[in-house]
Structures are given as C-alpha cells and as structure tokens.
Write a protein that binds this ligand. Structure first.
Ligand code: SAM
Ligand code: SF4
Length: 475
C-alpha cells in the first residue's frame, strides 16, 4: 500500500472523491415528481428503507404545495413512529479560533483582522466546562479552527481536560469534536482520548463552488476534506458526523450530495454516518458570500423533511444558528439532537452577554440564545422528552441511531428509560421547583406509556436510587 507524505492511503478506493457533480445534476434534471411516485417514495421510507439518489431527487424536485405537505407529514410520522419524542441535548464549546484558512463565510478566517483570537488554556477550559456543568450539561462538542497549534495531541489533551472536570455534581460524559481533517495517525490519537463523534462538514459538495469560497489554507483541498471521515473510520472512530453548509450552492444539489455521502459510507463500511448536520449560513464578521443560494425558511423545512425520509436511520442535528420558531417547526420532522444554552463567544459561558453578540469574538451569529433551562422548559411543554443520555457510547454500543432504528424494541428498552433517568438527574440537581414539578409530571406520563409495553420495575428502582442521591444510572 502506498502512503502520501501525509499518511493517507492514496491507493485505496475509499480515499478517492466519490462526488460526481454531473451525476447529481442528472438525477435532479431527470426527476419527474408525479403524485403516485412521491407517495410511493414516502411509503418506502416509512417502511424503514433508505432512499436512492433517484428517489431523493424526486422529493427534492417536488413543487406542488399539497405534495410538499405530504412529504412533511411523512417525515413527522417517521419521527413519531421510529424515534418517538426524545431530544438529546448538548452544547458547543469553542477551544480556539486561530485559523489559517480563508473561508469566505466564516468570522474566524485568517484575513479577518477584526476577530479577537484566543486559544483556551487548560484553566480556561476548566472554567468554561465548570460553567456548562453548573447548567446541567453532560454532552459537549468541542470546536477548533484549523491551525498548526491545534495538533491531534493538543485536541486529545483538551478532550481529556474536559472529561477531568467534575464541578459540583456535574461531569461531562460524552465529548464530540468538530475539527480540521487529520491523518489516520492523528485520528487514532484523538480516538484514544475517548471522543464520541468526529464531526466535519464538507460545506459544499460542489467542487467549483468549494474552490470559490475557500480561498486559502489547507481547506482548499476538497478531496482531503471529503475523505477525512474515511480516515477517521480507518482509525477506529465509528461515530462520524457529516454536514453541508446550506447557502453556498443550490440546496437541492447539496441534499443529494449528502445522500451520496451516506451511500459511500454504506458501501465501504456497511454502516451510515452517525449524524447529519444542515447549518444555514448566518451573519458573521466580514461575511463575504453571494446571497444567490441562501435558503428560505420554506425550503429549509422542506429539505429537513426530505433528509429525514432519505436517510431514516441517521441522527439529525439542529443548532442555535436557527431561531426558536424554525427550530420548533423542524423538530417535528425528525431532528434528534439540539444544543441548549449555547454561547459561542470565546469564553462565552463565563462572560455571558446574551443581548449583544460580539461577532468579533465568535464565528457567526446565533439566533436562539435561550438558556438550557428555558430550552428544557419548552421541550417539556411541547411533550418532548429531554435526554442527556450517553449510555451507548459508554457501553461501547456505537452507531446508536442505527440501533434505535433497526433493533426492535431498542428505544423502549434503552433510550426512553435512559432519557427518563437523565432528565430526573437534571431535575434533582439543576431545575427550579417549578420545572422539577412539571418534569416529574412528564416522567410519570412517560412511565405509564412504557408500562403498556414492558415491566418498569427496574426503571422505578433506578429512579428511586437517583432520588436518594446516586448518579449516572443507565441501561
Ligand atoms: N475549522 C473547522 C472546520 O472548518 O471544519 C471547524 C468548523 S467550524 C468552527 C464549524 C462549522 O460552522 C463549519 O464547518 C461551517 O459549516 C459552519 N459555519 C462557518 N461559518 C458559518 C456561518 N457564517 N454561518 C453558519 N455556519 C457557519
Ligand atoms: Fe477556519 Fe473553519 Fe472558519 Fe474555515 S470554517 S475559517 S477552517 S474556522
């Protein structure tokens, strides 16, 4: 086997670009969305099958308002019948905003001299994580610019630091990362530090557009970024997250390309990616983007529904980039994870300045600045079960979204009870009296629902132990 200087397996098929822009446009241009065909495709997904590129193209090209509504209803039904009502909560933590790349949409880009640069020291990481733990967080995603300082060893050290912080009753039980592409060796280093998911977004899968918006630095290399998740898989990181930054190129193309990426994973590794993200471009310091491809709210909700149907077993992540109204709407189409109490200003969790976001201290503007407690309140009010569960990752059950989807009874046996236990833990340690009351009312309701299918004695006993002061109980 030949290795390039950066240790990538350059002769391995899995490391070559699998994106063919012409092929994607052919699917889009030849799609004929008849009523019958659209309904057939929705049903195929409801029968728990992933959609092909051809089928996804038909949904994407559907313009009839009635059929679009049916697509959304299909996504809602899939979410309700397969995943139920749990929403997993996490928070992002920016470790460093030095960056040598020149991405035209990002406030961290190297040419933005207005951005205040900082790399958190160990003590600063501890302070941020302590503040996050004090709010009740258990799952974080650490985010890094791309810079020679942010080596795999540096990243691994920061992950270990986060896991070591135990503030009050808090601890972080799953650390995911979003960082620049690495070599297989580099990925092994961060894997050994115990990361959960490695997440990286291709931004745009359209090579020409990619070249136009990435004007400098390593990130200019489209293939290196595209194949980074393959190297992560080679290094043993089984949970990886893909994504596209919507607004750089035609959203219809990007949706198909995401599905193409999923196909690639299935073909090479026999398993899809763990999660899909679909951020839309938001305001940023020195933003320099053509507005031609910005995605409207209508198209956004449609594309989220189509993605849910196209890859029914992949976790879907929605972040505080989106305003509350959009978040509430797309939650119903199958989003499984959201962030809460997010502050992406460097050191933002200790210097909270919710009203005035300072774009010169953050990557982009967020539009949901609610506290974690407020997010949890709203989830409970709308009958979503907030979950901080990290059980699968800690028991070595990787690919949990796939198991939730494909293993009969998995959600009722593991996910729902674990959501209940982690919510109870949150209520005991962090909630106001009022929130505690409505949280336990929800738990009671959910227990009754579960009791229709299975014995809940073990869950009841774990709940009792939690109330007596034990922590970190799960199935
Ligand atoms: N430097 C790493 C990289 O580029 O992969 C870290 C990723 S960045 C900190 C996280 C993601 O935020 C990027 O991959 C991009 O999709 C997204 N992002 C960048 N600028 C944005 C903007 N103006 N609005 C919304 N999302 C943005
Ligand atoms: Fe750097 Fe990432 Fe921002 Fe690009 S998107 S400028 S690589 S932090």
């Amino acid at each position: 086997m030949k290795y390039s200087t950066q240790n990538y397996r350059i002769e391995d098929k899995a490391m070559e670009s699998f994106i063919d822009a012409e092929e994607i446009w052919d699917f889009l241009n030849t799609a004929k969305p008849s009523e019958d065909r659209v309904r057939e495709i929705i049903q195929k997904s409801l029968d728990k099958n992933r959609l092909s590129l051809e089928e996804t193209a038909i949904l994407v090209q559907t313009t009839d308002a009635g059929l679009i509504e049916e697509i959304k209803q299909g996504a809602r039904k899939l979410k309700e019948t397969v995943y139920g009502d749990r929403i997993v909560l996490f928070a992002p933590l920016y470790i460093g905003n030095y960056c040598t790349n020149n991405c035209q949409y990002c406030g961290f880009r190297v040419t933005n001299k207005k951005q205040q640069r900082i790399t958190l020291s160990k003590e600063q990481i501890v302070a941020q994580v302590s503040a996050l733990e004090d709010n009740g967080h258990k799952r974080l995603i650490l985010v890094y610019g791309e810079h020679p300082m942010y080596t795999p060893e540096f990243i691994a050290d920061s992950v270990r630091t986060v896991y070591s912080v135990k503030h009050g009753k808090g601890e972080i039980r799953r650390v995911n990362i979003n960082a620049a592409p690495m070599t297989i060796e580099g990925f092994k280093t961060v894997h050994e530090a115990g990361i959960g998911t490695y997440q990286i977004f291709q931004e745009t899968y359209h090579p020409e557009t990619y070249a136009k918006v990435h004007l400098g630095g390593n990130k200019r290399n489209f293939e290196n970024r595209l194949t980074s998740l393959d190297r992560a898989m080679e290094a043993g990181i089984d949970d990886v997250g893909i994504g596209a930054l919507f607004g750089l190129y035609d959203w219809r193309y990007e949706v198909l390309a995401l599905v193409r990426h999923v196909n690639h994973f299935e073909k090479v590794y026999n398993v899809g990616p763990h999660t899909i993200s679909f951020p839309r471009i938001k305001n940023a310091s020195e933003l320099n983007i053509d507005d031609k491809y910005l995605v409207s709210d209508d198209d956004f909700t449609k594309l989220v529904a189509i993605l849910r149907l196209a890859v029914p077993y992949t976790g879907m992540i929605l972040t505080a980039r989106e305003p509350v109204s959009v978040r509430n709407e797309v939650l119903r189409f199958g989003v499984s994870q959201i962030d809460g109490g997010t502050n992406i200003q460097m050191e933002g969790y200790t210097n909270k300045n919710e009203q005035n976001q300072d774009l010169e201290m953050e990557q982009f503007e967020i539009n949901d600045t609610r506290s974690l407690a407020e997010v949890i309140d709203e989830l409970i009010d709308t009958d979503y079960l907030p979950s901080f569960c990290t059980a699968c990752y800690r028991l070595g059950r990787t690919g949990e979204h796939f198991m939730e989807f494909s293993v009969p009874g998995f959600i009722k046996r593991y996910c729902a009870p674990n959501a209940i236990l982690t919510l109870a833990e949150y209520l005991e340690d962090y909630a106001s009296a009022e929130q505690k009351q409505k949280g336990y009312a929800m738990i009671e309701r959910k227990m009754l629902e579960l009791a229709k299918f299975q014995k809940t004695t073990q869950l009841e006993s774990k709940l009792e132990r939690l109330k007596q002061g034990e922590r970190d109980l799960y199935f």
